[in-house]
Design a protein around this ligand. Structure first.
Ligand code: 3H9
Length: 698
């Protein structure tokens, strides 16, 4: 027997049945070796008179997870997946597939090119291409509508939604669902059923597609509303529209549209974001053994503490929630119950699970001694160093040996907090983002003395909670809030110099942020920034410009959404600019002797992004973030950074270090205190280097 590509694709013969299996760990991506192996195997078996039916299945954890994303942006290597799918579909003998684990993107396209599909219960099917800035490019936009109709194909292809075996069966994507048996056993059985006539086969390309112009228009309207900045979803609609034409014509249209997408900057940004999510787990402590965490203690039942408790409960952990008095405790447990109710509404858990969590997994107490048996304790109390130190001294006395002690502080010195305990090695920062049961980012703040296994425990906990953990060093604000404080000042200066808060918000929303900085401040609560500014006032350098507008808004008792007024008015009719803020801004400008000037949207974006990139470069210089890609992940998963720009460091590479340097030099002519050139950026510009190179080198 000749092996087409012995390591990745194997043929097994059983009488008239041939099984082709894929073995390309970890996820069976359709790499060049897999494509070549499959193409060769089908051609060989087509010529083999002893074989009457061919069945494909995957070894390991999945069928095929899609094209090999690492090959994107590199010169294509033959055979392309389109050709391979065509080899499969045009094979004169019936070819079927058994789908388990995942069959995504190109993996699903291979399956749709086979003549019948068996789904193993638990499989996840979908077209995630639009999340990577592309469209299905191996016939998916042509074959899916032939099986499901245009409307359902559009839903799957333009959203990237993943579906299970049952729904795939209802939609007509698969012919059979099996609940028992290994993929190999099911492949053999199904192949024999093809021979007996029990499993009918047909070529997808031969099916007619019914016209559905209404579905095409509805999809375009939905995309304009929900994904206004994305390039590929509309291309996907155009490709699906072409499925009405003869197969070869539709396929040619898909190829052309796919090529436009693969070359787009959005594709590069979205693929970078995909890898950022995975790269951040590669930390120096990767080989340390995490400590087991089954029960956690949460101190503080405010929005943050309740959110953390909710996240832990949803992940199956036992949670002890502590507050200083019964009233506060009741508020905390009520918030958790409300959060869980939201999880029921979103279909994440059912009523019975919610009831079990509330009655069995959650313990509420006003006595810190209850933490004696917890594996990990997180405090989420008021941001005050003395309060936190007092708490950690108590935890040090109460908690068992080996328990991890975590602070959720947003900016305070984790080393100073750890120093009040006799076990600074067990202390770290776990900085959640609000609402903590929704936001995916977790900054794992590593102190000078934090033990490697305690860092590993923070990362393992994040995985359990479904969060993206990023390793951060100790400084005021860690990675995210430190950078935010800087570019927020740039926004404040733009406002003082002539741009309105709404204009700045609109510019950043048009750049791709879901909300601009002033709308975000209103949402978070203006009192939070006010407290931070008051705290930092004594250390504010003389030379630093100061915009007092937000302080004056707060002095009126307007803290944003929660008080109904901030930069915007919230009175039930949707946010609108607060007219009284204009007068406050005018007064601040007059006091500072500023004659307001016009700012174009482009200049607003440039100044804002340059400030973000500058401080991010300093965060790298100071070793607070391990690599540029860690900063990207912080902004993608915690700050609503537009995914198609890949994160601030990836975006900086698209501009080039020289261009950023030139901007800073230009801006520094007006304010050389704020606009300083980070040394790292200067070095990159001198070497024509990129942040991406730094990712590869570290
Ligand atoms: C496509 O198919 C386009 C076609 O239409 C075009 C044809 C012309 N390629 O996520 P994990 C790596 S577009 C390369 O941690 P999990 C991943 O980086 C593609 N590598 O595991 C990681 O590497 P490392 C459509 C891939 O169990 C390791 O595998 N397909 C790919 O949590 C483990 O991954 C998709 O978009 C890939 N396709 O989740 C599917 N996939 O260990 C993308 C994964 O070095 N993949 N890797 O960090 C996923 O959604 C998840 O990885 C999956 C497994 C659900 C499969």
């Amino acid at each position: 027997m000749t092996e087409p590509n012995a390591h990745v694709v194997e043929i097994e013969r059983d009488g008239p049945v041939a099984l082709i299996s894929f073995d390309n760990p970890p996820v069976n991506a359709a790499s060049q070796a897999l494509r070549q192996g499959l193409d060769t195997a089908i051609r060989q078996l087509a010529d083999d008179d002893a074989i009457e039916v061919i069945a494909l299945y995957g070894k390991g954890r999945s069928f095929i997870a899609g094209a090999d994303i690492r090959e994107f942006g590199k010169p294509p290597r033959a055979p392309g997946l389109t050709e391979v799918c065509n080899t499969v579909e045009t094979c004169a003998k019936p070819v079927i597939s058994v789908l388990h684990g995942v069959a995504l993107g190109g993996g699903l396209e291979v399956a749709l090119a086979t003549h019948a599909r068996v789904a193993v219960d638990g499989v996840s099917l979908g077209f995630p291409e639009v999340t990577l800035g592309i469209i299905p490019g191996a016939g998916g936009t042509q074959r899916a509508p032939r099986l499901t109709g245009i409307a359902d194909a559009l839903d799957l292809i333009t959203t990237g939604r993943r579906i299970g075996a049952k729904e795939a069966h209802e939609l007509g994507l698969v012919d059979r669902v099996e609940t028992e048996g290994t993929p190999r056993e099911l492949a053999l059985t199904a192949a024999r059923d093809v021979l007996s006539g029990a499993l009918p086969t047909r070529r997808t390309r031969e099916i007619e597609v019914a016209a559905d112009d209404a579905a095409l228009e509805a999809a375009r309207a939905r995309i304009a509303k929900r994904q206004p900045h994305l390039f590929s979803p509309l291309k996907a609609v155009d490709a699906v529209a072409a499925s009405r034409r003869p197969y070869a014509e539709g396929e040619a249209t898909e190829r052309a549209l796919f090529a436009e997408c693969i070359d787009s900057p959005q594709r590069a940004g979205l693929v970078h974001a995909f890898f950022a999510e995975r790269a951040v787990g590669k930390i120096p402590e990767v080989h340390a053994h995490p400590r087991a965490v089954h029960s956690i203690g949460v101190i503080g039942g405010g929005t943050m503490g309740s959110g953390i408790a909710t996240a832990a409960l949803l992940a199956g952990l036992d949670v002890t929630l502590a507050e200083r008095d019964q009233e506060a405790l009741d508020r905390g447990t009520a918030t958790i119950a409300k959060n869980l109710e939201g999880a029921v509404k979103r279909g994440k858990i059912d009523d019975a699970r919610r009831d079990a969590i509330l009655s069995k997994a959650l313990t509420a107490t006003t006595d810190l001694e209850a933490f004696a048996t917890c594996d990990l304790v997180i405090e989420a109390v008021f941001e005050d160093m003395e309060v936190k130190k007092d708490l950690f001294a108590q935890l040090d006395r109460i908690c068992r040996d080996g328990a991890v002690l975590a602070t959720n502080t947003s900016y305070l010195d984790v080393n100073e907090i750890a120093a009040v305990t006799r076990r600074p090695g067990d202390v770290l920062g776990l900085h959640f983002f609000s609402p903590a049961h929704v936001m995916r980012l977790l900054e794992v703040v590593v102190g000078e003395k934090t033990a490697p296994e305690v860092v590993a425990t923070g990362f393992a906990l994040a995985r359990k909670l479904g969060k993206v953990a990023v390793r951060a060093g100790v400084c005021d604000g860690f990675i995210g809030n430190r950078i935010l404080a800087h570019y927020k000042k740039a926004a404040d200066y733009l406002m003082l110099d002539g741009a309105s808060p709404q204009q700045i918000d609109r510019a950043m929303e048009n750049f791709g942020f879901a909300m601009g900085p002033f709308a975000v401040s209103d949402l978070a609560g203006l009192d939070i920034g006010w407290a931070a500014r008051k705290r930092l006032a004594p250390t504010r350098p003389e030379a630093e410009r100061y915009n007092p507008v937000a302080d004056r808004i707060c002095e009126r008792g307007w803290f944003g959404r929660k008080t109904g007024k901030g930069f915007y008015v919230y009175d039930g009719e949707g946010p609108r600019p607060n007219p009284e803020v204009d007068a406050i801004i005018d007064a601040a400008r007059a006091e500072a002797g500023i004659t307001p000037r016009e700012f174009s949207e482009q200049e607003i974006v440039e100044r804002y992004m340059t400030a973000m990139i500058s401080e991010a470069a300093r965060v790298l210089e100071d070793g607070i973030a391990l690599r540029p890609i860690d900063i990207d992940a912080v902004f993608l998963f915690g700050y609503g950074f537009p995914r198609h720009h890949g994160g601030p460091m990836h975006y900086a590479d698209t501009l080039g270090a020289h261009a950023i340097l030139n901007r800073i030099q230009e801006y520094a002519k007006e304010d050389n205190h704020f606009w300083r050139i980070p040394q790292l950026l200067e070095e990159l510009a001198a070497q024509d280097g990129t942040f991406a190179q730094m990712n590869r080198e570290t």
